[in-house]
Design a protein around this ligand. Structure first.
Ligand code: LLP
Length: 419
């Protein structure tokens, strides 16, 4: 369910006509619906209402501080993976006690910032990282709350680049070796063991891999209990998929029901780290058709490129398309391409897309997750604006970058100036 719909032949986000936003902020831009974000959060979080839990939004999927604030205002926390994401979460007003820190390569500076902020826990991914956390915690004279991310070796049946819970993936500690790591941690003075975490991948369209990994984690918690180690938090990560095209992912209620059933008898608070399922279908990328090349093959050249939305180029991902300035039922096979100097620069390749004309506004759907947050300045393209619609209002939540910002921080050394 989302709030992008046609009214009088024009695509609207909530009650705002998208061409009006384009006229005010220019193109391209990302556009999010506050009502959709709210509805998705409530549907997901509400599905776990009858058990102790905390929903920690995966900041990497959509990092704008306005969106982090929106989720925080609904009771959400944050799943972060860098010092930059910690900074964003705190700037947005997320309660540090609801922040979990994942990722295989946390630096000492990042660990220090996280401990100083008093976050809920660090999800540790290796013995060496544990040593680094112990050292920083000792220096700060604090106890570092940790969980260990275990790798359950479960196939999430998703794109290879976003599978994380297979033994061959770089993530987590192999579940068979992890008891030993907990025993090592127990001996460390500044480490407080509180949890176990696992995240097996993204864009999962079935419940069974989640259940399979949860069962393995449950058995693992039992093995820890035999050693006298009590776990109070189980972090199941994120990964629930959405419909981009013809996928039929489980609804949050179905996903929650399966998980709650497995959680019975475990005396743990459940942490969830959803990203895509909350924001994916709550955001679109609006781009303008610059030119049409209609030779043997049709190319629709738009003003957004792979630097603005990397998913089609990177994963061959499908994003639906609609015209925003008029309702167009006719479709045609075409490539929708950007201005970047690479053949891989496409938003759609040999797909049925709306029959577009020069000057049309094209809405690239389901772009709220891993859209803006993965965008870059490649080809020295300023990053686009982000806009949040709220009823009949819209707000620019990130201004379009300027060329001055592109060269900010760059300097020409003296020896070159002399020439
Ligand atoms: N927790 C951890 C530890 C993660 O690594 C991720 C995503 C999440 C939670 C959130 O997963 P989600 O609920 O969004 O599936 N760029 C790719 C997706 C990369 C996902 C990385 N990790 C894409 O555009 O499809």
């Amino acid at each position: 369910m989302h709030h992008f719909h046609y009214t009088n032949g024009v695509l609207h986000c909530e009650e705002v006509a998208i061409p009006e936003i384009a006229a005010a902020v220019g193109t391209p831009f990302y556009l999010y619906s506050a009502a959709t974000l709210t509805q998705h959060f409530r549907a997901f979080d509400g599905a776990f209402a009858d058990m102790p839990h905390q929903t920690c939004f995966a900041v990497k999927s959509c990092s704008n501080i306005a969106i982090l604030r929106l989720f925080a205002s609904l009771g959400g926390g944050a799943d972060i993976v860098s010092g930059g994401e910690l900074y964003r979460a705190l700037a947005a007003g997320v309660d540090p006690g609801k922040i979990v820190y994942s990722g295989v390569g946390k630096s000492a500076e990042e660990i220090r910032a996280a401990l100083a902020a008093g976050i809920l826990m660090l999800n540790v991914e290796s013995v060496q990282e544990l040593g680094a956390i112990q050292a920083v915690a000792a220096e700060l004279k604090v106890q570092a709350p940790v969980s260990f991310r275990v790798n359950p070796d479960v196939d999430p049946k998703t794109h290879a680049y976003i599978s994380t819970g297979l033994a061959k993936n770089k993530f987590g500690i192999p579940i068979e070796e992890a008891v030993q790591v907990y025993l090592t941690a127990r001996e460390m003075q500044n480490i407080s063991i509180i949890g176990v975490s696992c995240h097996i991948g993204s864009q999962l369209t079935e419940v069974s891999p989640f259940v399979e990994s949860l069962r393995k984690v449950k058995r693992f918690i039992g093995r820890l209990a035999e050693k006298g180690i009590t776990i109070s938090i189980l972090d199941l990560g994120g990964g629930l998929g959405i419909r981009y095209h013809q996928e039929t992912p489980p609804q949050p209620a179905e996903y929650a029901a399966a998980i709650k059933k497995e959680m019975q008898g475990l005396n743990c608070t459940l942490i969830l780290e959803p990203g895509r399922v909350l924001v994916g279908n709550a955001g679109i990328l609006v781009t303008k058709v610059l030119y049409i090349k209609a030779g043997t093959k049709k190319f629709i050249i738009v003003d957004a490129g792979m630097n603005d939305l990397a998913r089609p180029s990177l994963y061959g991902a499908h994003h639906g398309m609609l015209l925003a300035n008029r309702e167009e039922a006719a479709t045609e096979e075409a490539d929708v391409v950007g201005p970047i100097c690479e053949t891989g620069d496409f938003l759609a390749r040999e797909k049925e897309v709306p029959a577009a004309r020069r000057g049309d506004l094209l809405a690239v759907m389901s772009a709220g997750a891993y859209g803006f947050s993965m965008s870059s300045n490649y080809n020295s393209r300023p990053r686009v604006a982000e806009v949040l619609a709220h009823g009949a209002e819209f707000h620019v939540i990130r201004a379009r970058e300027t060329c001055e910002q592109l060269v900010q921080g760059e300097t020409i050394p003296e020896f070159l100036k002399a020439k």
